[in-house]
Design a protein around this ligand. Structure first.
Ligand SMILES: [Ca+2]
Length: 293
């Protein structure tokens, strides 16, 4: 009886949600990318395209719209790609789209800051950028992923990395910003009409701890204003406890506005990836609307 009940729970949880926790998250390229003697001159796709939720057409040429590197160029040997998940997530499966005739390794950062192999990605048939999918025998919890090449023809490329959780997000409604010094956060419950304003928030905030009342299913909105920090490349943020349906960034200093991409469930987004031009000290506003979880 107990066994039958447990199986039922696992089955329904898995069916309930499958969220790509990598979507919109910051990507760091460590090493030298887009340089090499074999096929020089091909453009290098922006790092954020690896977490934009979009695959290239299967069998796309390895250097066309991808993040590529050529280990015939000595400085590119040992390149790695790191994705910051902006929080800890339980991950059950992965999908990547990488060059077909190489092997790669996807690792996760464990609680003691060591990189641990999650998946040795095999070479596959055919030609060019090809998807591979892998389900872990048991889920892992981590806040960062790292991709490296392990063997092949020394010509490596990646177009998409995805990691899926089947866990419900029971974190409070809140958020965080990257590359922005926040000045104010407004949390608005559109369903009830209640709102709270947090002045001088930390870079990570919790609307509910600030007195925000919310029930799953409520329409909620969040708005953060702050100034661009030195060395900014991402300029964006992430939310918890809500599933966004739309959002946007405004540079209040220049007046430029952009819509945030990944309307289909991205809980993180970069204003720079969405096309916002920023300078040190600009006043930025990020708005997001969605449904409380
Ligand atoms: Ca992509």
């Amino acid at each position: 009886m107990f066994v039958a009940f447990a199986v039922f729970i696992v089955t329904t949880t898995a069916a309930a949600t499958s969220e790509n926790v990598v979507l919109g998250k910051p990507v760091t390229l460590n090493g030298v990318f887009g340089v090499g003697p074999s096929f020089p001159g091909a453009p290098l796709a922006p790092a954020w395209t690896l977490t934009d939720g979009k695959f290239l057409p299967e069998s796309t040429w390895w250097q066309s719209g991808s993040v590529w590197w050529d280990e015939n160029y000595p400085a590119a040997v040992g390149n790695s790609i790191i994705i910051d998940l902006l929080g800890s997530y339980q991950i059950s499966s992965f999908t990547v789209q990488v060059d077909n005739n190489d092997t790669y390794r996807l690792e996760y950062r464990d609680a003691s800051n060591h990189w641990v192999t999650a998946w040795n990605i095999p070479a596959v048939c055919c030609f060019g950028l090809r998807k591979r999918t892998f389900t872990l025998s048991s889920p892992i919890s981590t806040d960062a992923l790292r991709l490296t090449a392990t063997s092949g023809d020394l010509l490596y490329s990646v177009s998409e990395i995805q990691a899926f959780t089947t866990e419900h997000d029971d974190r409070p409604v809140g958020g965080l910003v990257i590359d922005i010094a926040p000045q104010t956060v407004v949390c608005q419950n559109v369903t009830t009409g209640q709102g709270v304003t947090i002045s001088d928030p930390a870079p990570t905030w919790d609307c509910e701890a600030a007195g925000f009342g919310v029930t799953p299913g409520d329409q909620v909105a969040m708005r953060v204003r702050g100034t661009v920090e030195a060395g900014a490349t991402y300029v964006g943020g992430a939310v918890t406890g809500m599933m966004p349906s739309s959002g946007g960034c405004t540079n209040l200093t220049t007046g430029q506005q952009v819509k945030l991409q990944g309307k289909s469930g991205a809980k993180a987004a970069s204003c720079v990836a969405a096309g916002l031009v920023v300078h040190l000290g600009d006043l930025i506003q990020i708005s997001v609307q969605g449904v409380a979880e």
